[in-house]
Write a protein that binds this ligand. Sequence first.
Ligand code: FAD
Ligand code: NAI
Length: 463
Amino acid sequence: MEQFDLIVIGSGPGGYIAAIRAAQLGKRVAIVERYKTLGGTCLNVGCIPSKAWLDSSERYHETVHSHALHGIEVSDVKLNMKKMSERVAKVVEGITGGVQFLMKKNKITVIQGHGSFKDKNTVVVAGKDYGFTHAIIATGSKPASLPGVTVDKERVITSTEALKLVDVPKHMIVIGAGVIGLELGSVFKRLGAKVSVVEFADSCIAAMDVDMGKEIQKVLKKDGMDFYLGHGVTGVTRNGQEVTVKAKNKTSGEELVLTGDYCLVAVGRKPYTDGLGLENAGLKADERGRIPVNDHLQTAQPHIYAIGDVVRGAMLAHKAEEEGVFVAEVIAGQKPHLNYLLIPGVVYTWPEVASVGHTEQELKEKGIDYKVGKFPFLALGRAAASNEKNGLIKVLADKRTDEILGVHMIGPRTADLIAEAVVAMEFRASAEDIGRISHAHPTYSEGFKEACLAATENRALNM
Ligand code: FAD
Ligand code: NAI
């Protein structure tokens, strides 16, 4: 039986990064992946293809709707969805091929097939046993559904199928105004579909700071997206090419009936451990399907770790990556650190939404005394030059010490701007610290400085 220091099950951003870090630290590593291509949800049917679609659809939308404003007259603009989807597929092919290259470069053995624990020191793949000293479960997640909703993968679809559509839907009904609902809803809206979003909560992206949800809804609504918030979906039926979504207004009890040609179910994701043979290794998933782990990401078997979407916490690629590096270093006897509070979250709509640290709701719940500094993009020279009038940056700082406790941004390129806030918070900066640092002019980053000044003593300079 072939023996490894470490076997990683699953090649998503958690698994493949863990494998690379362990190999860098001198371990003999194997990675098991059930699909032919490496990279997991993120690279194959998640982050990368969705961002590729967002980019292409934004270019199309800009060409049709915004170029004229800049004095660029274009006529006869044609959308070639087939070509657009081929580009997305090429991007995925390139990036997953890159992971294959990285495995080779780091001398990591790739075992293709479904991995399953035979016992607590053996994984079996395609009938062959592989022994391990340590293992990392990085099997990720799958789309969740709702009672009364059958995902047929043709007309009632999840993000996986939505990313492969080659025709623009006439009317796409999206269930869930979370991250996937807003990102993919934006893609199809930009390409010309009517998009209706039905959401149980009273706001969009409800897990983020409340001002972000309000602002993104306002902008997307102005762009023509319809929202039915406070509505719980009760059922979805399909009749030929037509889908009907029924929902109940949770306050009035009134029934909402929407008819379209596609229904995108985007109500969250669930951990994936099917056929993993957890019981053979003496492990058990919890009631939500997650693998329980301690602060070192060890399972009930201390030499078996679990990371990424299959364990508690945010289902984000960079969270999975941080956990992968963390575990590889723990296995190698190092003492790494991981600060979950400072894992940023981004929604790649336009404007983009980005956030790190505590939300205002959380600070209220925890009874922490805080102050708020806000700065609108409208007041920035760089935003005016680019006609980016929507959005704001909101800084929450400790009322007594001025330490930054949370930063929430909605506006142009905030997905990249948030990095400064993460660094500031990692080094426990005060709002005034940032307010006293020079930021190039004119840049969007000045908005963060101004919001910090606003939080310090209400001393924003350009407002
Ligand atoms: P996964 O990426 O799910 O990988 C798990 C891998 O394990 C899979 O390849 C699976 O085939 C394999 N596997 C499972 N069981 C077995 C087995 N028994 N044997 C062998 N192999 C197995 N996150 C972001 O941070 N930014 C984004 O922009 C973003 N966009 C997203 C867009 C969409 C549409 C979706 C669906 C998700 C998005 N995410 C994004 C979330 C991100 O994709 C996940 O958080 C991330 O992929 C989790 O990584 P992971 O390594 O835990 O698992
Ligand atoms: P989500 O948790 O973001 O949103 C699901 C939404 O569905 C919630 O707002 C919820 O209230 C709503 N919902 C649930 N039941 C409902 C019902 N019966 N009727 C109406 N609405 C209902 O989950 P989503 O968007 O599916 O994304 C899954 C995961 O993928 C997220 O955890 C996210 O972290 C990750 N992801 C991350 C991205 C990013 O980082 N940019 C992009 C896409 C996905």
